[in-house]
Structures are given as C-alpha cells and as structure tokens.
Design a protein around this ligand. Structure first.
Ligand SMILES: Cc1cc2nc3c(=O)[nH]c(=O)nc-3n(C[C@H](O)[C@H](O)[C@H](O)COP(=O)(O)OP(=O)(O)OC[C@H]3O[C@@H](n4cnc5c(N)ncnc54)[C@H](O)[C@@H]3O)c2cc1C
Length: 412
C-alpha cells in the first residue's frame, strides 16, 4: 500500500464508498484511500441488503437524509456515468388494523408537510400495483409513488467507481489491524498490506466498527443484530412495476427481485452478534439462516400474499444491521481522538441514507460542519452505558421496528 494518505477510509461498504465519492467530488487535492479487507467491494452487509429507500420517516433529519440520497441516485448516472440501479416503483404500506390505518392517515399529513407525494390507495390501485395482495386481509394502504429500491451492491459499486474516477484509490485485501494514536491524534493505520501514515481516518467498517474503535480504546453505542430475508422462486403473475410493500402488522417487508419476492422480517427475539468476540476473519457469510424464523414469517405473510405458499425459497440472505438505543446513526468525529471519524449504526436504513452519510462526513472533514444538524448522531452518546443494557435496548429497537409509535417506523 502507499505509505501515506491525507484521508484513509476503513471499509469499502456503501458508507465508505459514498464517503470517498463525496470527499473526492470536492476536488480539494487531498489524497484519499479506501482500505478493504475483502477481495471485492461491498461484499458484506451491503451485499445482503434489500436496498429499499423509503421516504416516510418519523425523524425530520432522516427525511432529509433519504431525500438527498434519492435525488443523488436519481441523477447519479448522468452525473458520473455509473448506474446505481435505482428502481422507482413506489411503496405500499399495508394496514391490517384500524390503529395502523389511523397512523397512516396522520402520516399522510406529515408527508405533505415534507413535500413527499403520498396517497391512501384504494382497492383498484392496490390491485393494479400488487395483484397478489389478498385485500380481505387488510383494512387499507398508503402509497408513496416516489419511493424505490436499489441493488445495494451495484449502488455501492457505482459510488466506488465514481470515486475512483475522481482519484480515490481502493486497496483490496488489506485488513486494518491497528490504529496508531500519537498525542491524542490519529497518526497511522496499520494494515495487513503495510502501514499508511495519515491524520484523518473514517472508520466505516459496518458491524466491525466496534473492532476498529477498540483499536483506539473507544466503545461505540451500537449493537450488530442479525436480520434475515429470503427470496422466492419467480412468480409469473408479478407485474414489472411491483412496488416495495411493507406489512408492519406482520413485522415484514417484501419487494420484487429476480421475478420472485424478497421478503424480510424483524423477528421478536433477535440474535445479537458481537464481532469483537469473534475471530478477526468473522464475516457475513458465517451467519447462518434460521429457517424456522423465515418459515414463520412466510406463514404470516401468506395471509396477505397467498402466492407465497406456492413458491419455493430460492435464496436465504441474512446479515447484521447495526442498531442503537435511539435508532439514530453513529456518525461524526470522536472528541477525544483528533482525526478519527466514525460511521456505523445504520439501523437497517444504511442504503436509504447512504448519500447523506457521505455528504455529512465530507462536509465535516473538509469544511468543519454541514448544513444538517447531525449532532443527534454523535458517536459519544450513551457513553458509559452498561453493555448488557445497551444490547437489550438495541434488541428492543430492532424487534419493535414496525411497531405503532416506534422510532424506526412511526408513520404518524
Ligand atoms: C438483510 C438486510 C436487509 C437490509 N435491507 C435494507 C434496506 O432495505 N434499506 C436500507 O437502507 N438498508 C438495509 N439494510 C442495511 C444496509 O445493508 C446497511 O445499512 C449498509 O449496507 C451498511 O453499509 P456499511 O458500509 O456501513 O457496512 P458494510 O457493507 O458491512 O461494509 C463494511 C466494510 O468494512 C470492511 N471491514 C471490516 N473490518 C475491516 C478491517 N479491519 N479492515 C478493512 N476493512 C474492514 C468489511 O469487509 C466491509 O466491506 C439491510 C441489511 C441487512 C443485513
């Protein structure tokens, strides 16, 4: 590897690559490298994602984070020549009880205030968008036509290629093994391929960010938790314009992929995983699917999508989302170590907010701040929290992801 760089980004997932792109786009002449332990970019959490980009959020900061990302991705190919694979067929939120529908109606007003187009979907619209829905199983639906999804790996690759076009170097097969800190400032990144002297490091290592932080003697308010999905065999009856569908009363979501249905579930008793307690080479591929959880989710979903009972499972796909007690990202500088920036705690919304993560970090590093107030995402929050308590708080956030009045999905 090169022996020095102005900025070193650890991790070539979607957050590291978006950050590299945004930093390089400013054309400040600073040298930027991304170091990735794998042989390919975006091969861990990012590769597993459903890539759904939903605009309706309870937190105005997240509304803005997703809004910027959608705008960026919509114009990305034209701006950079690289296709982030955005499909914008909207999203349907299904209500199976009256309280849920009431919350959608409140959200409709919020959407208007944020300038997000949304409408209550009638039976004819639902039939046109997603004919496999058994409408007797729902009491109503909210439709957000501007929502969409990406192939998350392709999207990350597009950020990465655009960054490389602007001079960023992506170094593969280089595992960060240590950080050197001198006088409370970052001075060097040690990797399996050599040392890189630097005064600015962005730790964008996803679920492994805790390991990187530990190299600097820090702990982060973040807990990786397993999230599971499965894709069915193709359904010949699925229209090409099928939207993302969220079925919060079943704690599930679903979207089209390769002609089948990719569905995921936030299970009630989720598995917390701590990569700091695993061997250094612990990877997403080591996380095995718990087929019982998927089978139960499919059973619940089949009450709304009976076709699921007739389709084989073509693929199980699982990974870790990094949860926090307040469902906020962990993004920003570390106050005790000059030059060390953190980006983790995606909360299952890391693709949707990927553009803003890169912009916030780039503005913070190059300009000393950004137009959004991202202080609610500051890495030192929950400092000193008992680790067992923090883990349970994160599991609670995860298992209540789609609950009425949840921080993650309180549509109303
Ligand atoms: C099943 C599932 C479904 C999801 N669905 C959605 C969705 O629909 N919408 C949405 O917005 N989000 C979704 N997410 C969340 C999304 O995948 C994440 O928010 C996003 O991928 C996080 O990207 P990242 O770059 O932070 O992490 P990662 O993609 O994990 O990247 C981190 C990188 O750091 C590297 N690394 C780690 N340690 C080191 C080291 N020591 N040295 C060098 N490199 C290192 C890793 O190899 C990896 O490449 C989903 C996640 C899962 C698991």
């Amino acid at each position: 590897v090169k022996s020095e760089s102005d900025i070193v980004i650890i991790g070539a997932g979607i957050w590291g690559l978006s950050t590299a792109y945004h930093l390089a786009r400013e054309q400040t002449g600073r040298s930027i490298v991304v170091v990735e332990r794998n042989a390919a970019v975006a091969d861990e959490t990012t590769r597993q994602a459903a890539g759904q980009i939903g605009q309706l959020r309870s937190d105005p900061l997240m509304v803005s984070a997703v809004g910027y990302t959608l705008d960026l991705l919509a114009g990305f190919k034209e701006a950079t020549g690289h296709d982030p694979s955005l499909t914008r067929t909207g999203s349907l939120h299904l209500a199976q009880r009256d309280e849920r529908m009431a919350s959608f109606e409140v959200q409709l007003a919020h959407a208007g205030a944020f300038g997000i187009e949304a409408q209550i979907a009638d039976g004819a619209l639902i039939e046109k968008l997603a004919p496999a829905i058994r409408q007797q199983a729902i009491v109503g639906a909210l439709y957000v036509p501007g929502d969409g999804y990406v192939d998350a790996r392709a999207c990350a690759q597009a950020y990465g290629r655009a960054a490389q076009d602007l001079g960023v170097e992506i170094i593969l097969n280089a595992e960060v093994t240590d950080l050197e800190i001198s006088n409370d400032s970052v001075s060097c990144v040690e990797t399996s391929a050599g040392s890189i002297a630097t005064q600015c490091v962005v730790a964008a290592a996803g679920p492994w960010a805790g390991r990187i932080a530990a190299m600097a003697g820090l702990t982060l308010p973040m807990q990786p938790i397993r999230l599971q999905q499965a894709r069915t065999a193709p359904d010949p009856g699925m229209p090409a314009h099928h939207p993302v569908v969220r079925i919060p009363d079943q704690s599930c979501y679903l979207r089209p992929e390769e002609g089948g249905y990719l569905f995921g579930t936030f299970d009630a008793d989720p598995m917390a995983i701590d990569p700091r307690e695993k061997p250094a080479n612990f990877a997403t591929g080591d996380i095995k699917p718990e087929e019982k959880i998927i089978a139960e989710a499919r059973q619940r979903l089949a009450s709304v999508f009976p076709v699921l009972n007739q389709l084989d499972i073509a693929q199980f796909r699982q990974g870790m989302i990094t949860c926090t007690p307040d469902a906020g990202y962990v993004v920003g500088p570390t106050p005790c170590i000059e030059g060390l920036w953190i980006a983790t705690g995606c909360g299952g919304m890391g693709i949707a907010g990927s553009g803003s993560i890169g912009r916030w970090l780039s503005d913070g590093i190059l300009k000393g701040g950004c137009t959004d107030d991202v202080s609610p995402f500051a890495p030192p929050r929950f400092k000193g929290r008992d680790p067992d308590l923090l883990r349970e708080e994160c599991r609670h956030v995860y298992s209540n992801y789609y609950a009425l009045n949840s921080v993650t999905y309180s549509l109303g």
